[in-house]
Ligand binder design. Structure first.
Ligand SMILES: *Cc1c(COP(=O)(O)O)cnc(C)c1O
Length: 362
């Protein structure tokens, strides 16, 4: 079996143990004579998986009773639309912190939904985002329905290491490439959401954690499928859920829990990122990270080589050596190594070895 070193940005690497478990349970899930995919989503067997997945989210992130956990479809992108539709009303507007392509998309969707969205900060310079804003740069509307930000910018490789302070205005984060790699205080947030396909599962599944007071005041005159309230009142079983995706997320979270939880995985992730940034910073400018040091992401490490030609050769040669997913996002270029939870330290070490060799022969 040839498992490759996978640095994909998303969908991304899953732990081998999780894939092996899914394989072993595929044909006969716990003696039921069928796979979990073939079970009714209203039956006892699936219901246990569904509840266990939600319980693990609560356990790992220490989510209290004042929050609801929702498992939805449509990815993070549907949340870009559902947020303003549900939460911006009564003549208010919503504040958006722009730090890259995903936060721009979220902002644009808010404008489409109600045309009442404001930019509270924008760190772009000619469409390049090399940092996240400082607290004092935020121009916040004290009457905003919420403040939205992207806590890790998957494409530009920047990350908020401290979350914005928005006072009593609910803080909302797109955490697609940010949740479950370290502990964080959910009580700082009105709502967090993200697609599962970066750190905790396959694509086609979005996780939303919403504070109950926001659920109560959310709009109820929307199509049912778009209402947080409906999904919550049906425990995310309003319609047929992505049952296999939820099963895979359950397996990934169980695995994370067995490893020792978020404290343990945080240390591992910090260790991997340090290795890689050190290698870049000590390469005599052959490799160069375009991101401000204080904004560097622990999940997506972005770097450049002296020329685009060398970057293309780097990606091609890496693939020959069994390292994949290293091409930067098409809008940015360069190299990006995504080193989520499931990327092992030995994969990062293999990348460092390759970087060293490539530099010598370039
Ligand atoms: C990947 C990603 C998205 C897009 O997620 P979809 O599931 O494709 O909608 C949105 N935001 C961030 C920060 C991402 O990394």
């Amino acid at each position: 079996m040839a498992r490759i070193h996978n640095f994909n940005a998303g969908p991304a690497a899953l732990p081998l143990a999780v894939l092996e478990r899914a394989q072993s349970e595929m044909l006969d899930y716990r003696g039921s004579g069928m796979s979990i995919m073939e079970h009714s989503h209203r039956g006892r067997t699936y219901d246990e998986v569904h509840r266990r997945a939600i319980a693990l989210v609560r356990e790992l992130l220490d989510v209290g009773d004042s929050y609801e956990v929702l498992l939805l479809q449509g990815g993070a992108s549907l949340q870009f639309a559902m947020l303003p539709m549900n939460l911006v009303h009564d003549g208010r507007s919503a504040d958006y912190i722009i730090t890259g392509a995903w936060s721009e998309k979220a902002y644009q969707e808010a404008q489409r939904a109600h045309r009442r969205a404001r930019i509270a900060a924008d760190t772009g310079v000619d469409n390049v985002f090399s940092r996240v804003p400082k607290q004092e740069e935020l121009q916040l509307d004290p009457d905003a329905a919420y403040v939205h930000f992207t806590s890790n910018n998957t494409i530009f490789g920047t990350q908020f290491h401290e979350f914005p302070d928005t006072g009593s205005v609910p803080l909302i984060a797109d955490m697609s490439s940010d949740f479950f790699w370290r502990p964080f205080d959910i009580n700082r947030f009105g709502l967090v959401y993200g697609g599962a396909q970066k750190n905790i599962g396959p694509s086609g599944l979005a996780l939303v954690i919403i504070r109950k007071d926001l659920l109560e005041t959310a709009r109820k005159d929307l199509p049912s499928i778009l209402q947080y309230g409906i999904h919550s009142s049906k425990n995310s079983l309003y319609n047929t859920p992505n049952s296999f995706g939820i099963y895979m997320m359950m397996c990934a979270l169980e695995h994370l829990s067995e490893l020792g939880g978020l404290d343990v995985i945080e240390r591992r992730n910090q260790g991997k990122a340090e290795l890689l940034y050190d290698a870049i910073d000590t390469s005599d400018d052959f490799y160069r990270c375009p991101v401000d040091t204080a904004s560097r992401s622990t999940m997506n490490v972005v770097f450049r080589l002296p020329s685009e030609d060398l970057e293309q050769r780097f990606v091609a040669k890496a693939l020959e050596k069994g390292l994949t997913g290293l091409k930067g996002h098409r809008s940015v270029g360069g190299i990006r190594a995504s080193i989520y939870n499931a990327v092992e330290r030995r994969s990062v070490e293999a990348l460092l070895g390759f970087m060293d060799d490539f530099k010598k022969t370039a």
